[in-house]
Design a protein around this ligand. Structure first.
Ligand SMILES: NC(=O)c1ccc[n+]([C@@H]2O[C@H](COP(=O)([O-])OP(=O)(O)OC[C@H]3O[C@@H](n4cnc5c(N)ncnc54)[C@H](OP(=O)(O)O)[C@@H]3O)[C@@H](O)[C@H]2O)c1
Length: 223
């Protein structure tokens, strides 16, 4: 039975991917921070985890022990403060601050990857949920600058991680602009369409080592 581990699956794209993989017959292990009744109802094996806590990620990896997954997807992310680089203060702080944004979107996923990489099966895929907004090459506007910079930092750190794991398949994945709490009601892509595409992209990537930055339709994005 194919298997997947997904970090951050209480709602939105994470929950959508659990449903998509379950419909494909996957054995799914999924994490959430608080109550997530819709996730519990999917039949996935559910664990509690705050991805910001690297010790908790290490403990989860130890609990999962000798299990191996065809896909490990680090999905959790936050939108961050509605502020610009000019309107924030120097103090990084906690809560809905730029410091917390960079911790959750850029640093915590790569710190988590160090603990979760050994759980990826031979020929399997390790994926980071990034965004097209993290592309420096495509940045010809100043929208969502803090969020975009956090995903650019994730891409950069993930490239360093990939350089240290050259035999692995590592995908930096853009889900499209999707109708979730984060994406908002104006987003043109529905959750099931994005998740069907991402599941296809990750399945196709298996067995081909190297790192790629791909969207949910399989298009290659420039770094
Ligand atoms: N929607 C889009 O258009 C879009 C576009 C590009 C990229 N993305 C990326 O896709 C991913 C999912 O986004 P979404 O649209 O599904 O957003 P969402 O609906 O806001 O869901 C975010 C998910 O991340 C979890 N999360 C946040 N911080 C966490 C932490 N410290 N530990 C564990 N879980 C945490 C949330 O859990 P709680 O329920 O506990 O808060 C929730 O399950 C994010 O990385 C986002 O940046 C989204």
């Amino acid at each position: 039975m194919p298997s997947a581990l997904i970090i951050g699956a209480s709602r939105g794209l994470g929950l959508g991917l659990v449903k998509e993989w379950r419909s494909r017959g996957f054995d799914v292990v999924a994490t959430r921070r608080g109550d997530a009744p819709e996730l519990e109802a999917t039949g996935a094996e559910v664990h509690t985890l705050d991805m910001d806590d690297a010790d908790a990620v290490a403990a989860l990896a130890a609990t999962l022990g000798a299990r191996r997954f065809d896909v490990v997807l680090i999905n959790a992310g936050v939108k961050g403060p509605m502020a610009t680089v000019h309107s924030i203060t120097r103090e990084a702080g906690a809560g809905d601050t730029w410091g917390a944004l960079f911790w959750t979107n850029a640093l915590a996923p790569v710190r988590a990857a160090r603990h979760l990489e050994p759980l990826v099966a031979s020929g399997g895929v390790l994926a980071f949920m990034t965004s097209i907004l993290g592309s420096v090459a495509l940045r010809t506007h100043a929208m969502a600058d803090l969020y975009s910079a956090s995903k650019a930092a994730l891409n950069s750190l993930a490239r360093g991680f990939a350089a240290e794991h050259p035999t692995r398949t590592i995908i930096n994945l853009h889900p499209g602009w999707v109708k979730t709490d984060m994406g908002g009601d104006s987003a043109p892509v529905e959750i099931p369409d994005s998740c069907r595409g991402m599941a296809d992209v990750l399945a196709k990537a298996a067995g081909t080592p190297g790192q790629r930055y791909l969207d949910y339709q399989g298009n290659i994005l420039p770094w």
